[in-house]
Design a protein around this ligand. Structure first.
Ligand code: MSP
Length: 658
């Protein structure tokens, strides 16, 4: 009997549903996906969890702002996350929502256990509270009277709350982190936590009075309180496995690794181990912490308006290019800067030039020379060919080592060293010349084998990182079925395997094309901003210079009959059997309505949720594919480039546009 498969349980943070998925969320989820795929490729028993965090002040406030009830609001945004991950090809095995019954039950059970064990007490607390962070700050942490993170004023709140006796675990936690050097990785984050633990640890307030916040899980022992959102959220990692002690829990929990961004290190490295210890559950196996994506050296934020949406670039450049860039550009654990230029640079250099060219040259040569006819004998191989053969095992080891520490950039660098070696091999072995003489045939056959076999190898080891491209490569060299890491070893390509030509795997992005596109965008924007508002224009038009558009001018009275409003898109879905239409549910502040828009070829539903757009609110209702549309979204277009009109600073839904 073979040994049981290694078990691997990987989690991402569960994302707050007060914002739609952006680059940061996509990064964590994509690298988790690559890791899960890597373990599956290695034959491990994998469980990969992601989900959404749906309770607490932040969400209640966001729902109130959108003018909808929290449950409806969270349903929409949670669905946007789920859809975004589907579109990015994420292979999560489960998606948990903290509003699901299966989660709430386990949270209540754990709270009850801690209450019964005397781990929780009712205490009075006064403190400086930040609604953005949903936590109190100590005098020491406050910066100029404001929240150190948001830099907004704090609110002094005094109230009775339930507290978890976290302080008593301080000594235990320090010992645990010291005795398990790889519990928190990379080391800088472990050091940060050990540094933090040099100060006395406070007990943790784990409740919020319902008179202040109702949107949460009621405490099982006092329904005048709901559970503090972090205490609720962390438990998702357990509740997704069903009851502790159950079969799924027993199988996966001992192997759990949490992948998080550095922003949420403290709750994961301090609260969570103490909570687990108090509840009698094992502490996670590892906490893997990554850095932050910045834009132009600064933070990505809604208020700055530089948020890169999760799906913004994948349609333009493809999933694989986006994944590749994120994994190759960021050193795991450190911050990195994101820019479209850098992405295009990597796409052109590493994907189009190095990998794409190799695949295209190799498959073309093989197809044109009659295929792979035989496995060369060991003694036939020259130095470079032996180097390539030996490199297979070294790449495997290098990738294994790198993936064991989440060093995606290193794993890819190892694979690209082989790709470089292979491109050099094609250059020096000149198979197109060998093809000219019958005497060189044996040598040509060797070269074709080395190339075909190398593509087969690449089709396997690239699978976690570039799933689409790797699949195409495997198919081109006649490999069907699921790839297995154990087959990424020299000498398995069968002579006579049907090989197909594969070119254009990653088309180069032409700089000129891009700048032309950008130019179109710019001229559009420029003409919009430089032209005077229609009211002024109509009044000042000089008949001698009247342009053709102005020949059909409307009077200000006519224009003012059009009721333009800011509308927030709270839900979006494709219209069945229509390629062009999306059904949007928009909020106008005090009311909601359905608007059908013909933009499905330019926007994915998930990209639209949360956007504030402009609609014609008094357009006569019309039925489109059986759905009544109560208005029209304003959309600009220049050729194939379409853009819905959004605001350059925030206004509440329902605001008049004139
Ligand atoms: N709901 C909490 C997590 C609870 S886990 C029990 C939360 N949600 S969040 O929506 O704010 O997501 C935070 C996570 O998103 C980060 O830890 C990180 O994984 C990812 N990122 C958000 N912005 C990011 C960047 N700019 N760069 C990289 N990742 C970032 O916190």
């Amino acid at each position: 009997m073979s040994a049981p498969a290694r078990v691997f349980y990987l989690t991402t943070p569960i994302y707050y549903v007060n914002a739609t998925p952006h680059l940061g969320h996509a990064y964590t989820t994509i690298i988790a996906d690559a890791m899960a795929r890597y373990h599956r490729l290695a034959g491990h028993d994998v469980r990969f969890l992601t989900g959404t965090d749906e309770h607490g002040d932040k969400i209640a406030q966001a729902a109130a702002k959108a003018g909808v009830r929290p449950q409806g609001y969270t349903d929409q945004i949670s669905a946007a996350f789920r859809q975004a991950w589907q579109r990015l090809g994420i292979t999560n095995d489960d998606f948990i929502r903290t509003t699901e019954e299966r989660h709430k039950t386990i949270v209540r059970q754990i709270l009850q256990t801690l209450w019964d064990a005397g781990e929780i007490y009712l205490g009075k607390y006064g403190g400086h509270y930040c609604f953005g962070c949903e936590r109190f700050y100590t005098e020491k942490e406050i910066v100029d009277g404001t929240c150190p993170d948001h830099r907004t004023p704090l609110t002094w709140i005094e109230e009775e709350n339930y507290f978890f006796k976290m302080s008593k675990y301080q000594g235990w936690l320090i010992e645990l982190i010291e005795s398990r050097p790889d519990l928190i990785r990379p080391e800088r984050y472990r050091n940060e936590i050990l540094g933090f633990l040099r100060e006395p640890l406070q007990d943790l307030s784990i409740s919020r009075p319902t008179k202040r916040l109702e949107w949460g899980i009621p405490l099982p022992f006092d329904d005048k309180y709901v559970t503090y959102v972090w205490f609720d959220a962390l438990i998702n990692y357990v509740s997704a496995l069903g009851p502790p002690g159950g079969e799924t829990f027993n199988r996966y929990w001992p192997h759990v690794e949490h992948l998080i961004g550095k922003d949420i290190l403290k709750p994961h490295a301090i609260y969570w181990p103490c909570m687990l210890k108090a509840a009698g559950l094992d502490v996670f196996r590892r906490l893997d912490v990554h850095g932050y994506w910045n834009i132009g050296g600064g933070k990505m934020s809604k208020s700055i308006g530089n948020v890169v949406e999760a799906l913004a670039l994948t349609d333009k450049y493809g999933h694989d290019a986006f994944r590749y860039f994120l994994m190759r550009e960021m050193t795991f654990g450190l911050d990195a800067d994101f820019s479209e230029e850098a992405l295009v640079g990597r796409l052109n250099a590493d994907l189009a030039n190095d990998l794409g060219n190799l695949v295209s040259r190799a498959t073309t040569l093989i197809v044109n020379s009659g295929g792979v006819s035989r496995v060369p004998a060991e003694t036939e191989l020259d130095d470079l060919e032996r180097q390539i053969r030996d490199r297979f095992a070294r790449v495997r080891e290098g990738v294994d080592e790198a993936m064991a520490e989440f060093a995606f950039q290193k794993a890819l660098a190892r694979i690209w060293e082989l790709i470089g070696l292979l491109n050099g091999y094609v250059d020096v072995s000149k198979p197109w010349e060998l093809a000219k003489s019958a005497a060189a045939r044996p040598r040509l056959e060797r070269v074709l084998y080395v190339l075909g076999e190398s593509l087969r190898f690449l089709g396997i080891v690239l699978a976690p990182f570039l799933p689409d491209a790797a699949g195409k490569i495997r198919r081109a060299v006649g490999q069907t079925g699921e790839p297995k890491l154990s087959e990424a070893a020299w000498g398995r390509l069968e002579p006579g395997t049907a090989i197909e030509r594969l070119s254009g795997l990653f088309p180069r992005i032409d700089k000129e094309e891009r700048s032309k596109e950008e130019q179109i965008g710019k001229t559009d924007a420029a003409s919009r901003t430089s032209s005077r508002p229609p009211t002024e224009r109509a009044g000042l038009a000089d008949p001698a210079t009247t342009t053709p558009e102005l020949a059909n001018s409307v009077s200000i009275d006519q224009f003012s009959k059009i009721d333009l409003r800011v509308a927030e898109i709270i839900a979006a879905e494709a219209v069945a059997k229509s390629k062009k239409l999306l059904k949007l549910t928009v909020s106008l502040g005090d009311s909601q309505r359905t608007v059908v828009a013909g933009i499905a070829e330019h926007y994915a539903p998930a990209d639209l949720v949360g956007k504030k757009v402009v609609i014609v609110a008094n357009l006569e209702p019309a039925k489109l594919m059986g759905i009544e549309s109560q208005g029209m979204v304003l959309v600009g277009s220049a050729g194939d480039r379409w853009a819905v009109l959004t605001l350059d600073r925030d206004l509440p839904p329902g605001a008049r546009v004139k």
